[in-house]
Design a protein around this ligand. Structure first.
Ligand SMILES: Nc1ncnc2c1ncn2[C@@H]1O[C@H](COP(=O)(O)OP(=O)(O)OP(=O)(O)O)[C@@H](O)[C@H]1O
Ligand SMILES: [Mg+2]
Length: 365
Protein backbone atom coordinates (compact mmCIF):
# COMPACT_ATOMS: atom_id res chain seq x y z
CA UNK A 1 0.00 0.00 0.00
CA UNK A 2 1.47 3.37 0.87
CA UNK A 3 3.61 5.38 3.21
CA UNK A 4 3.10 9.14 3.06
CA UNK A 5 5.90 11.49 4.07
CA UNK A 6 5.35 15.21 4.48
CA UNK A 7 8.53 17.29 4.73
CA UNK A 8 8.64 20.97 5.64
CA UNK A 9 5.32 21.64 3.99
CA UNK A 10 4.22 25.29 3.79
CA UNK A 11 1.25 26.94 2.17
CA UNK A 12 0.74 30.65 1.83
CA UNK A 13 -2.42 32.34 0.64
CA UNK A 14 -1.00 35.78 -0.12
CA UNK A 15 0.89 36.74 3.07
CA UNK A 16 -1.09 34.38 5.25
CA UNK A 17 0.55 31.08 6.18
CA UNK A 18 -2.24 28.49 6.32
CA UNK A 19 0.32 25.70 6.84
CA UNK A 20 3.65 26.38 8.56
CA UNK A 21 6.46 23.98 8.04
CA UNK A 22 4.59 20.70 8.62
CA UNK A 23 6.53 17.46 8.80
CA UNK A 24 5.17 14.01 9.63
CA UNK A 25 5.09 10.47 8.31
CA UNK A 26 2.01 8.29 7.87
CA UNK A 27 2.98 4.62 8.06
CA UNK A 28 1.79 2.03 5.61
CA UNK A 29 -1.64 0.70 6.64
CA UNK A 30 -2.03 3.25 9.40
CA UNK A 31 -5.21 5.08 10.38
CA UNK A 32 -3.77 8.55 10.87
CA UNK A 33 -5.99 11.33 12.19
CA UNK A 34 -5.30 15.05 11.76
CA UNK A 35 -7.00 16.90 14.59
CA UNK A 36 -7.29 20.59 15.32
CA UNK A 37 -9.70 23.51 15.61
CA UNK A 38 -11.39 25.15 12.66
CA UNK A 39 -8.99 27.01 10.38
CA UNK A 40 -5.81 25.30 11.62
CA UNK A 41 -4.92 24.02 8.13
CA UNK A 42 -6.21 20.44 8.11
CA UNK A 43 -8.05 20.62 4.80
CA UNK A 44 -5.22 22.57 3.18
CA UNK A 45 -2.71 19.89 4.22
CA UNK A 46 -4.97 17.11 2.96
CA UNK A 47 -5.50 18.86 -0.35
CA UNK A 48 -1.75 19.18 -0.83
CA UNK A 49 -1.30 15.45 -0.15
CA UNK A 50 -4.03 14.70 -2.68
CA UNK A 51 -2.50 17.03 -5.25
CA UNK A 52 -5.48 19.38 -5.33
CA UNK A 53 -3.34 22.24 -4.04
CA UNK A 54 0.34 22.96 -4.65
CA UNK A 55 2.58 23.66 -1.65
CA UNK A 56 4.47 26.95 -1.40
CA UNK A 57 7.42 24.99 0.01
CA UNK A 58 8.24 21.44 1.07
CA UNK A 59 7.86 17.94 -0.31
CA UNK A 60 5.37 15.09 -0.30
CA UNK A 61 6.59 11.54 -0.80
CA UNK A 62 4.40 8.55 -1.57
CA UNK A 63 6.24 5.30 -0.87
CA UNK A 64 9.49 7.22 -1.08
CA UNK A 65 8.70 8.74 -4.47
CA UNK A 66 8.50 12.52 -4.65
CA UNK A 67 4.97 13.33 -5.84
CA UNK A 68 4.99 17.01 -4.88
CA UNK A 69 4.52 18.15 -8.47
CA UNK A 70 2.51 15.19 -9.71
CA UNK A 71 -1.07 15.86 -10.80
CA UNK A 72 -3.82 14.58 -8.48
CA UNK A 73 -5.04 12.01 -11.00
CA UNK A 74 -1.60 10.40 -11.16
CA UNK A 75 -1.12 10.00 -7.41
CA UNK A 76 -3.46 7.09 -6.86
CA UNK A 77 -4.87 8.71 -3.75
CA UNK A 78 -8.62 8.85 -3.15
CA UNK A 79 -10.00 12.01 -1.58
CA UNK A 80 -13.27 11.26 0.19
CA UNK A 81 -15.57 14.00 1.35
CA UNK A 82 -19.28 14.10 2.13
CA UNK A 83 -19.23 10.37 2.63
CA UNK A 84 -22.92 10.05 3.16
CA UNK A 85 -24.40 11.91 0.17
CA UNK A 86 -25.81 9.28 -2.20
CA UNK A 87 -27.46 9.87 -5.56
CA UNK A 88 -31.13 9.21 -4.73
CA UNK A 89 -32.23 8.45 -8.29
CA UNK A 90 -29.64 5.67 -8.76
CA UNK A 91 -29.76 2.17 -7.35
CA UNK A 92 -27.06 0.77 -5.09
CA UNK A 93 -24.96 -0.67 -7.91
CA UNK A 94 -24.92 2.59 -9.84
CA UNK A 95 -24.11 4.61 -6.75
CA UNK A 96 -21.11 2.42 -5.98
CA UNK A 97 -19.89 2.25 -9.56
CA UNK A 98 -20.21 6.00 -10.13
CA UNK A 99 -16.50 6.88 -9.75
CA UNK A 100 -15.50 4.10 -12.18
CA UNK A 101 -18.11 5.15 -14.74
CA UNK A 102 -16.71 8.67 -14.54
CA UNK A 103 -13.31 7.23 -15.44
CA UNK A 104 -14.79 5.19 -18.32
CA UNK A 105 -13.69 1.86 -16.91
CA UNK A 106 -14.96 -1.13 -18.99
CA UNK A 107 -18.34 -2.53 -17.99
CA UNK A 108 -17.17 -6.05 -17.17
CA UNK A 109 -14.44 -4.64 -14.95
CA UNK A 110 -16.92 -2.34 -13.22
CA UNK A 111 -19.22 -5.28 -12.56
CA UNK A 112 -16.42 -7.33 -11.09
CA UNK A 113 -15.19 -4.53 -8.86
CA UNK A 114 -18.69 -3.64 -7.61
CA UNK A 115 -19.29 -7.28 -6.68
CA UNK A 116 -15.98 -7.38 -4.86
CA UNK A 117 -16.72 -4.22 -2.87
CA UNK A 118 -20.29 -5.35 -2.12
CA UNK A 119 -18.87 -8.60 -0.77
CA UNK A 120 -16.46 -6.74 1.45
CA UNK A 121 -19.26 -4.59 2.84
CA UNK A 122 -21.77 -7.48 2.94
CA UNK A 123 -24.36 -5.67 0.81
CA UNK A 124 -24.39 -7.99 -2.22
CA UNK A 125 -28.11 -8.63 -1.75
CA UNK A 126 -28.89 -4.92 -2.04
CA UNK A 127 -27.16 -4.12 -5.32
CA UNK A 128 -30.29 -3.76 -7.42
CA UNK A 129 -32.34 -1.92 -4.80
CA UNK A 130 -33.01 1.82 -4.90
CA UNK A 131 -31.07 3.65 -2.19
CA UNK A 132 -34.23 5.39 -0.98
CA UNK A 133 -35.59 2.38 0.92
CA UNK A 134 -32.37 1.40 2.67
CA UNK A 135 -31.73 1.58 6.40
CA UNK A 136 -29.31 4.29 7.41
CA UNK A 137 -26.60 1.71 8.16
CA UNK A 138 -26.92 0.22 4.68
CA UNK A 139 -26.85 3.67 3.09
CA UNK A 140 -23.55 4.29 4.84
CA UNK A 141 -22.14 1.04 3.56
CA UNK A 142 -23.10 2.05 0.04
CA UNK A 143 -21.36 5.39 0.52
CA UNK A 144 -18.26 3.60 1.79
CA UNK A 145 -18.39 1.26 -1.20
CA UNK A 146 -18.38 4.24 -3.52
CA UNK A 147 -15.43 5.71 -1.63
CA UNK A 148 -13.23 2.63 -1.81
CA UNK A 149 -14.07 1.28 -5.25
CA UNK A 150 -11.18 3.15 -6.83
CA UNK A 151 -8.75 0.97 -4.87
CA UNK A 152 -6.37 3.80 -4.23
CA UNK A 153 -3.03 3.49 -2.45
CA UNK A 154 -4.28 5.79 0.26
CA UNK A 155 -7.58 7.29 1.34
CA UNK A 156 -7.95 10.84 2.56
CA UNK A 157 -11.10 11.66 4.50
CA UNK A 158 -12.06 15.26 5.22
CA UNK A 159 -14.58 15.30 8.09
CA UNK A 160 -16.70 12.66 6.34
CA UNK A 161 -19.05 12.21 9.29
CA UNK A 162 -19.47 15.88 10.13
CA UNK A 163 -23.06 16.20 9.05
CA UNK A 164 -24.39 13.07 10.77
CA UNK A 165 -26.27 12.95 14.05
CA UNK A 166 -24.43 11.61 17.10
CA UNK A 167 -25.78 8.08 17.25
CA UNK A 168 -25.23 7.47 13.59
CA UNK A 169 -21.76 8.92 13.76
CA UNK A 170 -20.76 6.35 16.40
CA UNK A 171 -21.96 3.56 14.14
CA UNK A 172 -20.08 4.95 11.18
CA UNK A 173 -16.85 5.40 13.08
CA UNK A 174 -16.79 1.72 13.87
CA UNK A 175 -17.79 0.71 10.37
CA UNK A 176 -15.17 2.91 8.76
CA UNK A 177 -12.40 1.79 11.07
CA UNK A 178 -13.27 -1.89 10.49
CA UNK A 179 -13.31 -1.37 6.76
CA UNK A 180 -9.91 0.28 6.96
CA UNK A 181 -8.55 -2.76 8.82
CA UNK A 182 -10.10 -5.21 6.34
CA UNK A 183 -8.67 -3.58 3.24
CA UNK A 184 -5.38 -2.66 4.93
CA UNK A 185 -5.32 0.76 3.34
CA UNK A 186 -3.43 3.80 4.53
CA UNK A 187 -5.94 6.39 5.70
CA UNK A 188 -5.56 10.02 6.65
CA UNK A 189 -8.66 11.24 8.41
CA UNK A 190 -9.37 14.86 9.28
CA UNK A 191 -11.61 15.90 12.13
CA UNK A 192 -11.94 18.65 14.72
CA UNK A 193 -13.71 16.22 17.07
CA UNK A 194 -11.23 14.95 19.64
CA UNK A 195 -13.47 12.05 20.70
CA UNK A 196 -13.62 10.87 17.10
CA UNK A 197 -9.85 11.19 16.82
CA UNK A 198 -9.19 9.31 20.07
CA UNK A 199 -11.55 6.46 19.24
CA UNK A 200 -10.46 5.89 15.65
CA UNK A 201 -6.79 6.72 15.33
CA UNK A 202 -3.66 4.62 15.41
CA UNK A 203 -1.88 7.95 15.73
CA UNK A 204 -3.12 11.52 15.99
CA UNK A 205 -1.44 14.61 14.59
CA UNK A 206 -2.59 17.67 16.55
CA UNK A 207 -2.47 20.95 14.63
CA UNK A 208 -2.99 24.55 15.66
CA UNK A 209 -2.72 27.67 13.51
CA UNK A 210 -0.96 25.90 10.68
CA UNK A 211 1.54 24.11 12.91
CA UNK A 212 1.92 20.46 13.82
CA UNK A 213 2.18 20.42 17.62
CA UNK A 214 2.40 16.72 18.37
CA UNK A 215 2.08 13.34 16.67
CA UNK A 216 1.44 10.26 18.78
CA UNK A 217 -0.89 7.46 19.78
CA UNK A 218 -4.12 8.53 21.50
CA UNK A 219 -2.68 7.34 24.82
CA UNK A 220 0.54 9.23 24.28
CA UNK A 221 -1.25 12.46 23.40
CA UNK A 222 -3.55 12.13 26.40
CA UNK A 223 -0.95 11.22 29.01
CA UNK A 224 2.06 13.08 27.67
CA UNK A 225 0.85 16.27 25.98
CA UNK A 226 3.82 18.31 24.83
CA UNK A 227 2.18 21.70 24.95
CA UNK A 228 -0.53 23.48 26.87
CA UNK A 229 -2.67 23.64 23.74
CA UNK A 230 -2.58 19.87 23.21
CA UNK A 231 -3.24 19.30 26.92
CA UNK A 232 -6.29 21.54 26.82
CA UNK A 233 -7.65 20.44 23.46
CA UNK A 234 -7.73 16.71 24.25
CA UNK A 235 -10.03 15.53 27.01
CA UNK A 236 -13.57 16.41 27.93
CA UNK A 237 -14.08 18.28 30.12
CA UNK A 238 -10.77 19.93 29.52
CA UNK A 239 -7.69 19.74 31.73
CA UNK A 240 -7.68 22.34 34.54
CA UNK A 241 -4.92 24.95 34.49
CA UNK A 242 -3.74 26.88 37.53
CA UNK A 243 -1.03 29.50 38.00
CA UNK A 244 1.88 28.25 40.09
CA UNK A 245 5.20 29.44 41.48
CA UNK A 246 8.25 29.15 39.26
CA UNK A 247 11.98 29.30 39.89
CA UNK A 248 12.29 25.57 40.52
CA UNK A 249 15.56 23.64 40.64
CA UNK A 250 16.11 20.36 38.85
CA UNK A 251 14.82 17.51 41.04
CA UNK A 252 12.09 19.64 42.70
CA UNK A 253 9.12 17.53 43.80
CA UNK A 254 6.78 20.23 45.06
CA UNK A 255 5.20 23.25 43.47
CA UNK A 256 3.44 26.21 45.07
CA UNK A 257 -0.14 26.86 44.07
CA UNK A 258 -1.86 29.68 45.88
CA UNK A 259 -0.06 29.17 49.17
CA UNK A 260 -0.44 25.38 49.10
CA UNK A 261 2.45 23.04 48.33
CA UNK A 262 1.45 20.35 45.89
CA UNK A 263 3.45 17.21 45.27
CA UNK A 264 4.38 16.74 41.63
CA UNK A 265 6.59 14.41 39.57
CA UNK A 266 10.30 15.12 40.15
CA UNK A 267 11.47 17.80 37.70
CA UNK A 268 14.01 16.44 35.22
CA UNK A 269 15.14 19.93 34.26
CA UNK A 270 15.09 23.22 36.19
CA UNK A 271 12.33 25.70 35.52
CA UNK A 272 14.00 29.09 35.60
CA UNK A 273 10.88 31.07 34.71
CA UNK A 274 9.63 33.24 37.61
CA UNK A 275 6.19 31.72 37.26
CA UNK A 276 4.80 28.36 36.18
CA UNK A 277 1.47 26.82 35.39
CA UNK A 278 0.16 23.39 36.29
CA UNK A 279 -2.37 21.25 34.49
CA UNK A 280 -4.45 18.51 36.08
CA UNK A 281 -7.31 16.53 34.55
CA UNK A 282 -10.71 16.37 36.32
CA UNK A 283 -10.38 12.62 36.86
CA UNK A 284 -7.03 13.03 38.61
CA UNK A 285 -8.25 15.15 41.51
CA UNK A 286 -9.60 13.63 44.72
CA UNK A 287 -12.44 15.52 46.34
CA UNK A 288 -12.85 15.07 50.12
CA UNK A 289 -13.36 17.13 53.26
CA UNK A 290 -9.69 17.98 53.46
CA UNK A 291 -6.98 18.58 50.93
CA UNK A 292 -4.25 21.07 50.06
CA UNK A 293 -6.55 23.11 47.81
CA UNK A 294 -9.67 24.39 49.53
CA UNK A 295 -12.72 25.49 47.59
CA UNK A 296 -16.47 25.88 47.48
CA UNK A 297 -18.68 23.64 45.36
CA UNK A 298 -20.33 25.74 42.69
CA UNK A 299 -22.21 23.00 40.81
CA UNK A 300 -22.64 19.23 40.68
CA UNK A 301 -23.63 17.41 37.51
CA UNK A 302 -24.56 13.78 37.91
CA UNK A 303 -23.72 11.84 34.74
CA UNK A 304 -24.41 8.34 36.02
CA UNK A 305 -20.93 6.94 35.69
CA UNK A 306 -19.50 9.84 37.68
CA UNK A 307 -20.24 13.30 39.03
CA UNK A 308 -18.73 16.35 37.47
CA UNK A 309 -18.13 18.89 40.21
CA UNK A 310 -17.22 22.52 39.64
CA UNK A 311 -15.23 23.94 42.54
CA UNK A 312 -14.21 27.55 43.03
CA UNK A 313 -10.83 27.88 44.72
CA UNK A 314 -8.79 31.03 45.34
CA UNK A 315 -6.48 29.82 42.55
CA UNK A 316 -9.33 29.49 40.06
CA UNK A 317 -12.30 27.36 39.05
CA UNK A 318 -11.69 23.62 38.69
CA UNK A 319 -13.66 20.70 37.30
CA UNK A 320 -13.36 17.50 39.28
CA UNK A 321 -14.67 14.06 38.36
CA UNK A 322 -15.91 12.39 41.53
CA UNK A 323 -17.32 8.92 42.20
CA UNK A 324 -20.97 8.34 41.38
CA UNK A 325 -22.07 7.64 44.96
CA UNK A 326 -20.13 10.31 46.81
CA UNK A 327 -22.28 12.83 48.68
CA UNK A 328 -21.44 16.34 47.44
CA UNK A 329 -23.59 19.40 48.05
CA UNK A 330 -23.54 22.74 46.34
CA UNK A 331 -21.99 25.53 48.40
CA UNK A 332 -20.17 23.13 50.71
CA UNK A 333 -16.48 23.66 51.37
CA UNK A 334 -14.28 20.83 50.15
CA UNK A 335 -10.61 19.89 49.90
CA UNK A 336 -8.99 18.89 46.62
CA UNK A 337 -5.93 16.67 46.24
CA UNK A 338 -4.44 16.36 42.75
CA UNK A 339 -2.78 13.02 42.02
CA UNK A 340 0.92 13.98 42.20
CA UNK A 341 1.83 11.66 39.35
CA UNK A 342 -0.65 13.39 37.07
CA UNK A 343 0.34 17.01 37.53
CA UNK A 344 1.76 18.48 34.34
CA UNK A 345 4.00 21.53 34.70
CA UNK A 346 4.10 24.10 31.91
CA UNK A 347 6.70 26.74 31.20
CA UNK A 348 4.49 29.81 30.65
CA UNK A 349 7.04 31.44 28.34
CA UNK A 350 6.60 28.93 25.52
CA UNK A 351 3.67 26.85 26.89
CA UNK A 352 5.82 23.74 26.68
CA UNK A 353 5.00 20.86 29.04
CA UNK A 354 7.91 19.51 31.07
CA UNK A 355 8.13 15.76 30.53
CA UNK A 356 7.67 13.93 33.83
CA UNK A 357 9.31 10.80 32.50
CA UNK A 358 6.49 8.73 34.03
CA UNK A 359 5.00 7.67 30.71
CA UNK A 360 6.70 5.86 27.85
CA UNK A 361 6.64 6.83 24.18
CA UNK A 362 3.32 5.08 23.66
CA UNK A 363 1.70 6.72 26.69
CA UNK A 364 1.76 3.62 28.93
CA UNK A 365 3.18 3.97 32.42
N1 LIG B 1 -8.08 29.31 -1.01
C1 LIG B 1 -7.84 30.00 0.10
N2 LIG B 1 -7.56 31.33 0.06
C2 LIG B 1 -7.29 32.02 1.18
N3 LIG B 1 -7.30 31.50 2.42
C3 LIG B 1 -7.58 30.19 2.54
C4 LIG B 1 -7.87 29.37 1.39
N4 LIG B 1 -8.11 28.12 1.82
C5 LIG B 1 -7.98 28.15 3.17
N5 LIG B 1 -7.66 29.39 3.59
C6 LIG B 1 -7.41 29.77 4.99
O1 LIG B 1 -6.40 28.94 5.50
C7 LIG B 1 -6.68 28.56 6.84
C8 LIG B 1 -6.71 27.05 6.95
O2 LIG B 1 -7.85 26.59 6.26
P1 LIG B 1 -8.28 25.08 6.23
O3 LIG B 1 -9.49 24.96 5.39
O4 LIG B 1 -7.11 24.23 5.85
O5 LIG B 1 -8.64 24.81 7.76
P2 LIG B 1 -9.30 23.54 8.43
O6 LIG B 1 -8.37 23.14 9.53
O7 LIG B 1 -9.64 22.52 7.42
O8 LIG B 1 -10.60 24.16 9.11
P3 LIG B 1 -12.10 23.55 9.24
O9 LIG B 1 -12.08 22.70 10.47
O10 LIG B 1 -12.91 24.79 9.43
O11 LIG B 1 -12.42 22.81 7.99
C9 LIG B 1 -7.99 29.24 7.20
O12 LIG B 1 -7.70 30.42 7.90
C10 LIG B 1 -8.62 29.54 5.88
O13 LIG B 1 -9.43 30.69 5.95
MG1 LIG C 1 -11.44 21.74 6.75
Amino acid sequence: MAEITVQGLKKYFGDFAAVHDSSFRVHDGEFFVMLGPSGCGKTTTLRMIAGLELPSEGRILLDGEDVTWLRAARRDIAFVFQLFALYPHMNVRRNISFPLRMEHVKRAEIRRRVDEVADLLRIGHLLDKPVGGLSSGDRQRVALGRAIIRRAKAFLFDEPLGALDAEFRDLMREELRQLHDRIGATSVYVTHDQIEAMSMADRICVMERGKVLQVGTPMDIYNRPKTRFVAGFIGSPSMNFLPAGGGLPKGAEEIRVNGARLKMPRLREPLDAPEAEIGIRPEHIRLAQDGPLRGRVFAVEYTGASQLVTVDTPAGRLKVRAGNTQRIDEDETVGLTPDPRRIVVFDPRDERALDSGLFGEDGHE
